[in-house]
Design a protein around this ligand. Structure first.
Ligand code: GLA
Length: 383
């Protein structure tokens, strides 16, 4: 839907001439479950967006209509809203953190539409938070630095929605650039936009079409296990603040002192940080084979050590790797379902997609959605 059509839709439901904002989902190429360990990630924004048309009202109420859900929700900004386990939590959460920052919002009519697949590990929640953040700020004629907006989105998700996520999703949703992936140091928030030579390769995203509900509780559990690892390793390395501060060599010296589960979790995070750094070197020297191998090891480590994969993700990865034109395949995002990301030679993409689709359906009876997205632009106003 282009801007004009979207505004027309808005006018079918609400009064006023709205402004329109949108923010993309993302696919993480490598660096999984490292962000909340102060580590490194390498995502790109995808060409799927959540779009919001917004017009201020004066009654301190948000009237939010979701096209996807065909639902109208009202949120009273004076009523101390709490989580309802509902899509509107992401908007209410953003309103909540913005007000806590001292922005007094007037109320607004909002129309939301999104083509980011929900529950697929492509960060539909960050896309909603970031588009809602821009939309809400516009009602008072304000803007925020993108970094600040991303941090507030993370805060909304941590404190309001109850998911202790890191900063990756909100950061890439705001900072994505066309034709670039983004290398981010999640401790300092220093980042580098890395051009992706898209001529001879494609990043193909394959949706397993399953989402296992334990996602967010297991996520919070992993995070706690990492923190436990840091606490225990401080006995030998008193200066460490996060797993980011421990090298693989240092880890190997003390790993026998850690409980089994904690050892595995730490080994994943520490090795994943090293892989992410190595993947930058590989890309810089255009060594795509190496990049693909690092993606493969990333998946194996997420499956065996971090234990956030599932049989559908493992199957999708295994089927992809059996294909000649596939240089690397891994799960992407939080895990327990959702998508894989595959590095595929451009000239074998059609074949890859057709084969994988058939073989996955044959094994599971599920027909996978497959997306080939170019790296896209981060959150912005549609003018
Ligand atoms: C989810 C979280 C991110 C990140 C990934 C795993 O997408 O929102 O912060 O931790 O999982 O890499």
């Amino acid at each position: 839907m282009d801007r004009k059509q979207f505004v027309k839709k808005f006018e079918q439901h609400f009064a006023g001439k709205p402004r329109v904002f949108r923010a993309p989902g993302r696919v993480n190429l490598i660096g999984e479950h490292t962000d909340y360990n102060d580590g490194f990630v390498f995502p790109m924004a995808i060409s799927f967006y959540t779009t919001i048309a917004v017009f201020p009202t004066r009654d301190r109420k948000l009237y939010i209509r979701s096209e996807n859900m065909n639902e109208l929700i009202a949120i009273d900004l004076d009523a101390n809203a709490t989580r309802r386990n509902h899509w509107s939590d992401y908007v209410a959460g953003m309103a909540n953190v913005l007000e806590a920052e001292g922005f007094r919002l007037p109320g607004a009519s909002m129309l939301i539409d999104s083509d980011v697949p929900v529950g697929s590990g492509l960060s539909s929640s960050a896309a909603l938070e970031m588009s809602a953040g821009l939309a809400l700020l516009s009602t008072i004629g304000s803007e925020l630095a993108l970094e600040k907006l991303a941090l507030l989105g993370q805060k909304a998700e941590n404190q309001f929605v109850g998911m202790n996520c890191g900063i990756m999703d909100q950061f890439i949703s705001t900072h994505g650039k066309e034709n670039h992936a983004l290398f981010l140091d999640c401790r300092t928030l220093d980042y580098e936009l890395v051009p992706l030579q898209a001529d001879d390769i494609r990043f193909v995203i394959c949706n397993t079409m399953v989402k296992h509900e334990l996602g967010s509780s297991e996520y919070n559990k992993r995070r706690a296990e990492c923190e436990q690892g840091v606490t225990l390793m401080r006995a030998d390395y008193p200066d460490i603040k996060a797993l980011r501060d421990v090298s693989l060599v240092q880890f190997k010296k003390v790993q026998h002192k850690l409980p089994d589960i904690v050892r595995k979790r730490c080994r994943h995070v520490i090795s994943e940080n090293e892989r992410t750094l190595q993947s930058m070197t590989a890309l810089n020297s255009n060594d795509l084979e190496k990049f693909g191998q690092l993606m493969n090891s990333s998946h194996d480590s997420l499956r065996d050590d971090y234990q956030v994969s599932c049989k559908e993700l493992d199957l999708m990865v295994e089927l992809a790797r059996a294909h000649d034109g596939c240089l690397g395949a891994r799960m992407t995002g939080g895990g327990f379902g959702g998508c894989t990301v595959n590095l595929v030679l451009a000239n074998s993409v059609d074949h890859f997609v057709e084969n994988l689709s058939k073989s996955y359906e044959k094994e599971t009876t599920l027909k996978p959605d497959i997306y080939i997205s170019v790296p896209s632009e981060g959150a912005h106003e549609l003018i």
